[in-house]
Design a protein around this ligand. Sequence first.
Ligand code: PEP
Ligand code: MG
Length: 550
Amino acid sequence: MIKCLGKSVFGGIAVGRIKIIQKSLKEIKYVKTDNTDAEISRFNHARDRAIRELQKLYEKALKEVGEQNASIFHIHQMMLNDVDYTNSVEGILRNQGATAEFAVAVTRDNFYNMFSSMSDDYMKSRAADVKDVSERVIRILCHAETSIMDSKIPSIIVADDLAPSEAVQLDKDMVLAFVTVHGSSNSHTAILARTMNIPAIIGADIPLDGSINGKMAIVDGYNGVIYIEPDSRLANEMQLKQEEDLFKKRLLLKLKGKDTVTSDGKKIKLYANIGDTKDLTLVIDNDAEGIGLFRSEFIYLRKNSFPTEEEQFEIYKTVAEKLSGKQVIIRTLDIGADKQADYFHLDKEENPALGLRAIRICLTNQEIFKTQLRALYKASAFGQIAIMYPLITSVEEIKEIKKISEEVKKELDEKGISYNRDIKEGIMIETPAAALISDKLAKEVDFFSIGTNDLSQYTMAIDRQNSKADRFYTPYHLAVLRMIKMVVDNAHKNGIRAGVCGEMGADLNITETLLKIGVDELSVSPSMILPLRDKILKTDTSNIELQYDL
Ligand code: PEP
Ligand code: MG
């Protein structure tokens, strides 16, 4: 038995045969040609076909994994239409008398190197995209196979890396799990794996030389371990775990429609985190009691220019109406740091997580903020919308926000446009500054939602994007837990509620502590709603012995 380790991207157990995906692109050699016009025309035809294929992939992904995840195929189409990219190919064709496949390969390598050397993480991750899209064109030019999946037997897919376009081509019924040697947890492929509910491991130290192809293996997505040719004892153990998993999932369906109450009678609001209207089906299927965090910046990230007030209004209205009167907390634009959109023309910063992001951008560019607020207030007439502001650090910021929102409301009043005058407005507590002055902030707002992802990053001084610092990250750091307690206490003293919408809210190992602290709401990814409800129903808060010195 061989045991290989990697990093878990999505949990679950898969048992089956390994299928190694080798990319079979021929090495592209320089061949001189005199017929440059014919090569330009070959390139144009191949590029047009690639764009059509990408459109089909976009439509497929849209149905299966939602607009947010599908948008990568629009980005790929844009890359193939990019003037710098096409000029580069044509320049090589004209100046070097090369073939179309050679010109695309050289352009691929040049752009790949250029993007990889950029310090901005978002731009860096475009390197894989430009490679992916160029190889699609080369495959068409070389008449190579475009599909990476020819398997008729469900298999464990093992690859060096999987580009988003490859991940989405995988026929879900034929994929038991996927394992890659490279990749990062924030890549589009990792996000797609989570959305597809497929156990996935990245950064695996697994041999790709063909020696393991077809061999039986077990992927333990929970622990990031792959066992090749497992012994019968381990195979039995994992098979039991897998059956238990399925059984538990089926049992959890019985919790649909039930109230989320601890065994000692404390009602907890169990909400879902979403980033797209496409996620609403998951919200409803998993019986979330509302939406605790709609990351509105994804609306901006999917576009190439600012979304208009009308576009935003339609989205917010749809969410409010689909939730039929249930709470929908929409967070205002949290762009900046790792979430970048070119058309914002943000300056490159040394420390983007500490720079102009989230509410700071909105307070700096107030027209962007006002457009969003107008759309939100207008949509509030159609359901139970609440507004939440990210990355707050001071009372002054809240006063400034209130001044701007009053101006927006006055404008709506003057135009006779209706909105919910009792709309609730809250803030995210995701900076140590906000936590430490939460007594003062609580007097200014209707609710708190604790963003443990950023609160942990800023408290422990650990970049959440940087896996190299993983070893210094303490999951339940006492400083973070103490701040959560301080925030909840200050909220309650001032008669407002406090929830958790960061990833810690979905961590079943800390649920009891959060409930004991007195958290009123938990907002998690839709697939975690029922496991969390189960955990809460079984918890007696009067009997919890705290393990931490809070
Ligand atoms: C958080 O910081 O915990 C949070 C929920 O916001 P995001 O992950 O979008 O930064
Ligand atoms: Mg945050």
